[in-house]
Every structure is written in C-alpha cells, then in structure tokens.
Design a protein around this ligand. Structure first.
Ligand SMILES: Cc1cc2nc3c(=O)[nH]c(=O)nc-3n(C[C@H](O)[C@H](O)[C@H](O)COP(=O)(O)O)c2cc1C
Ligand code: SF4
Length: 484
C-alpha cells in the first residue's frame, strides 16, 4: 500500500477508559431513532470483506462464526460485507443475486440476533462492480487480448502485414514505443489489466446500467428483507459502479454524467426502486465518499449536495468514507488484478500508522462534519455515520458532542477487538485490544485471503473447536473474552 513520504510513526494512545457508570451515561450509548433506523447504541461496525464465502458466493460456517463474533460485542449496528447483486462469479465474496442465497443469509441473521441478544441491528451492504481483469503477460496480451486496428498498422507502417506479424512486432517493442502506438486504454490494459469504466458506453451492458441497476438493487434488497435483515446499505463508495456515477470524473453523455444533477440521478433512481420494494419500515441508506481524493474527483461541495439529496429522498442514514479509487492504484504484478486501496486515495480510505503530519486518525472527520451540516441546513435529521481511525472513548464522544456525526463506526478497531463496545459499556475498557493500524488485515484482503487480525490470530491455536485459515497457521475468529 502507498504511504505518505513523511513516514511519521503514530501509536494509538486511547487514554483513560471510562467507568461503567460514565460510559453508560454517555452519548455513545443513548439509543437512536430515525425513521426505520432504531439503534440501541450509536455504534456501528462498517462493512469489511472477510473472504469467507464459497467460490459461488454462498454463506459458509466461517461466515456465520465471523459475524457472530462481532455480534457478541453488541454494537448498535453491524453491516455485512459488500455483497454482490449480480449473478456472476466473483470469488469468495457473498452474493445476494438470486433467491438461492436467501437460506444462507437467513442463517446469518439468526446467528447475529442470538449472539447480540437482539441488541444489534443487522444490515447488508449491496454492491455492483464492473469487470477488472488481471494484469496479463505481455506476450499473451499481444497474442490474444489486443484488437489490432488501423492505428497499430499505421504506426508500424504495416498495412499489408498479416495480423500475426503485427502482433509479433508489437510484442518486440519497448514500453516507451508502445506508449505512442497503443491507445491510452490499451496501454493501461497492458500495464494494469483490462478494466471497464462506467463511461464505456460503447459497450451495451454499460450503456444500459441506468436501465438494469435499479431492478438489480431492488431485487437484492427484497432478498435481504426476506432473509430477515433490518436493512440494506447501498454501496455508493470507493471504486465501484455507483461511486463512479457520483464522481466528478463521470462524463457520460446520456443524462447520467457531467453536471452534478445528472451524476446523482442513477443513485437516486436506485434508492427509489429499492424503497418501493421494501417499504418505509425497512432501513435503507448508503455509504458514499466525502471526497474522491483523486485528481478531478468529487469534493466536499459535491458530497454535501449528494448528502442533501439522499436525505431529501428519504434515506434512513448516510455513512461516509473517502478515497479508495482505481485511478491512482499501484501497478499490480503480472497475474494480479489492480486493487483500489494501493494508491494515495486508498491510503485516505484505510490509512496506516505510517503517516503524514495529519496522521491516520480522523482524516474524514472535517469532511463528514461538513456534509452533516449541509443535511441539517435542509431541515433533515438523517443520521450520519463517521468512520476512520476511531478507537478510543474520548475521540468517539467528542465526535458525537461536537456534531461531527450521529453514529460512530469502527472497522479495524472492531476487527482487533469485537468486544470493544461491550467492554467499554461495562467499564472494562482497559481490557480492550487496541488496533495498531498496521494494515496487516488489509494486506490479507488485498490477496483475497481470509481476513484476520495480527493481535489475536496466533493466540491459543490449540483451543479445541476453533477453525483455522486454509494454511492452518491462523485462527479465524478472535478468542472469546471472559471478564475477570
Ligand atoms: C479488511 C477490510 C475490508 C473492507 N471491506 C469493506 C467493504 O466491504 N465495504 C466498505 O464499504 N468498506 C470496506 N472497508 C473499509 C472499512 O469499512 C473502513 O471504511 C476503513 O477500514 C476505515 O475505517 P477504520 O479506520 O475504522 O478501519 C474494508 C476495510 C478493511 C480493513
Ligand atoms: S491487523 Fe489488527 S491491529 Fe493491524 S490494522 Fe488490522 S485490525 Fe488493526
């Protein structure tokens, strides 16, 4: 992962933990009610992909154990990982693209309900993404993938050559020469692997996204409702389809790109379609970016407008993130696919302890406060969920008291210690395993390996009944906690 050149080391210093009485009386544990969203506490576990589904997207026993473990900590809400809404293979990522996935998801809901004693609201994040291929071997790229055009023939002065000869000639060229002969997209496909964009409207299924996506999201939301979830989080963040529609880089010419009102059109149409199917008592909100954190990307002015529109449309919450784009991702090694958290925008999304003068904690707080103010200025009380480097009580309290946000999201901190919420509330804060923001977990995610935390995955490996990673070296869920 990219790191700021300053490489300043930060250590988490959570300070003093509150007594049970102080914690219990704090804003963090005051219930929240807004429209369909009803939380027992203002705490939230944002979506994190653990790579535990079957290759065809079904819930596995490991998924059940993973989400159950978070539920024991009793956060106010738990968001199940980005789950695919399209019926196409996407590796061990959960899917909700057909009714055949409902029974597995139902079992997941039951496990979370039981483990949290009914204290945790369970949402599922719905995602659509376009094709991203692995970086090819150059020989294969020129032999098979590249479509030979007049541009290549002209540059090589090879109008009467056979196609094979053109391919061979291109294979023998240096990168600098290829840069002038291939189109920018072809050159990118050679160096990074082919990647579809929402602006590729010459491709029929991409031109048709405004037609196809509302129904795909609405069907997925109906399945989530049938499975017993409390709601859905529409994934409008990071490198994926819906965030790409919102992005200032979206210049589609069909009324769904360009001016800001056009860029938000499809996200609103998707929301409307979802709401129509699930009714007003089912939680529907979205996760979106306060800033794209890329050149010519969306700014907090854009996201303030988006937030106002989402609130006006009737969303039950909005949850913020930042960055996480393909645009500035690192070149993958041959055989790997580009990963959107490897460049500067990826750092903004999942910052590590090696940072710049600002540091890894709270990079999205000011931007989130701005979009919340924008929502309130329109007269809406839509809850705003903030996430990013939050691990200590004071920090969380200050965010609520200062009006930065209404709900506190802890992703890696709840992976490091899923009992953070419970320990804090019961006055056992000093037993919390504090995240060190090393991004060991993110490294596993990048390789599509089962995600675990280095603070507990080698602990008590001989404990009876635990499940281990495929290489047998790591336990897959955090040890149970017994208070002294
Ligand atoms: C292993 C891992 C998987 C993640 N998967 C998702 C995901 O499926 N959807 C999503 O919106 N964000 C995902 N994120 C981003 C987190 O939800 C969160 O925004 C980010 O880690 C910053 O918050 P934190 O500092 O509390 O960890 C993931 C992060 C990690 C570390
Ligand atoms: S591996 Fe554990 S300590 Fe390191 S960033 Fe991830 S959750 Fe935090």
């Amino acid at each position: 992962m990219w790191k700021p050149p300053e490489r300043i080391r930060y250590r988490t210093q959570p300070g003093e933990w509150p007594s049970a009485a102080v914690a219990g009386a704090s804003k963090l544990f005051i219930p929240l009610d807004y429209q369909a969203l009803s939380l027992s506490a203002r705490t939230w576990v944002p979506a994190m992909v653990p790579w535990r589904a079957t290759e065809s997207g079904f819930v596995t026993p490991d998924n059940l154990d993973w989400y159950e473990r978070f539920a024991y900590g009793q956060p106010g809400a738990l968001v199940v990982e980005a789950t695919g809404i399209r019926d196409t293979a996407s590796g061990p990522l959960l899917r909700i693209s057909d009714d055949r996935f409902i029974p597995g998801l139902q079992a997941l809901v039951e496990r979370v309900r039981a483990a949290s004693n009914g204290q945790t609201r369970l949402l599922i994040q719905l995602i659509d993404f376009l094709t991203v291929r692995r970086r090819p071997e150059p020989e294969k790229f020129f032999a098979r993938h590249l479509e030979i055009t007049d541009r290549h023939r002209g540059a090589l002065q090879a109008h009467d050559w056979s196609e094979d000869r053109v391919r061979k000639a291109l294979t023998d060229l240096e990168l600098e020469e290829l840069k002038t002969i291939l189109s920018p997209r072809e050159f990118e496909s050679l160096r990074f692997g082919y990647r579809e964009r929402i602006t590729d409207t010459h491709i029929a299924h991409i031109a048709d996204l405004p037609e196809s996506l509302p129904a795909l999201f609405a069907d997925a939301a109906r399945r989530a409702q049938t499975a017993g979830f409390d709601g859905v989080e529409l994934h409008y963040a990071h490198a994926y389809t819906m965030a790409s529609f919102l992005s200032a880089t979206n210049n589609r010419q069909d009324g769904y790109g360009g001016p800001i009102e056009n860029r938000i059109r499809l996200p609103l149409e998707v929301y409307t379609a979802v709401r129509k199917v699930v009714g007003k008592n089912f939680v529907v909100g979205c996760r979106f970016l306060t800033e794209d954190c890329i050149e010519n990307g969306s700014s907090t002015d854009d996201s303030s407008f988006f937030a106002q529109q989402f609130a006006t449309a009737g969303m039950d919450f909005v949850s913020t993130s930042r960055g996480g784009k393909f645009d500035d991702a690192k070149q993958p090694i041959i055989g790997d696919a580009a990963y959107p958290y490897t460049g500067p925008s990826g750092y903004e999304c999942i910052p590590s302890y090696l940072s710049d003068a600002f540091g890894p904690f709270g990079r999205n707080f000011a931007a989130t406060a701005k979009i919340r103010t924008a929502i309130r200025s329109k007269g809406f009380d839509t809850p705003v969920v903030v996430t990013g480097g939050i691990h200590d009580f004071q920090q969380a309290q200050t965010l609520l008291e200062s009006g930065t946000a209404d709900v506190i999201g802890l992703a890696r901190q709840s992976l490091a210690d899923p009992d953070w919420f419970f320990k804090l509330r019961t006055g056992c804060g000093d037993e919390i395993r504090v995240c060190e923001y090393t991004n060991y977990c993110e490294g596993l995610d990048r390789k599509h390996k089962q995600v675990t935390c280095q603070l507990w995955d080698r602990t008590d490996l001989d404990e009876p009944g635990i499940t281990r990673s495929r290489d047998n070296r790591r336990r897959l869920v955090a040890p149970q906690w017994q208070s002294d």
